[in-house]
Design a protein around this ligand. Sequence first.
Ligand code: MF3
Ligand code: CO
Length: 252
Amino acid sequence: MAISIKSAREIELMREAGRILSEVHEKLGEEIRPGISTWDINALGEELIRSYGCVPNFLNYNGYPASICVSVNHEVVHGIPNKSRILQEGDIVSLDAGLIYKGFHSDAARTHPVGRISRDAAKLIEATRRSFFAGIRYAREGYRLFDISNAIDAYISRFGYGIVRDLVGHGIGTRLHEDPQIPNFRQWRRGPRLRPGMTLAIEPMINMGTWRVSWLDDDWTVVTQDGRLSAHYENTVLITAGEPEILTLGSK
Ligand code: MF3
Ligand code: CO
């Protein structure tokens, strides 16, 4: 399948979808503290998304029962919000959120500390975020898709962390998941050429230990097989002839 190229008008709508999502993430991040439940985070996130006149795109996606994926500690992604899951000091929590604005999707994830966390946990969160920026140095015309994958892998490999292989980034636009798939680990070919107007959700998922993951019986929650921590960082990015435009980053 071909990778869609967005028109100037479509890019404008993607920008707005991204800008709104950056505000949602910023406000959600301010609410993260010991004592809040993952359910409350989801309720607040959904309310925020709707307050902008947008629709949460994760809700009911393949049957996913919430608007925000809330994944704690060894949960990698797709954690299901739960009233009895209360964040504790020292936890790390990954929030993955997305929305639809006038038919166009945005998708972004952040991992937050809950109160004071260990140095090792903080280092994992920071390395995961930095691996995204290492990757998008190649997210521009003149490079190829898997140059991004290889740069993320090269950045992470020095830490000895595990890069999740079972889940990958993706194209995004009028659908949440479009072609292409974007692995975060080493590829042996360079993949398709990047073209201005492509919009990509680039999302490294990085484990402190093994890259291997399992699915819980809820059929959604992805966890590390060794029970060690995992972090996630994702933005929706527009490919241009020059610097990529990070649509879900906002002004900061
Ligand atoms: N950001 C995730 C992704 O890129 C969230 C989708 S999972 C959902 O695939 F099912 F909850 F929507
Ligand atoms: Co995504």
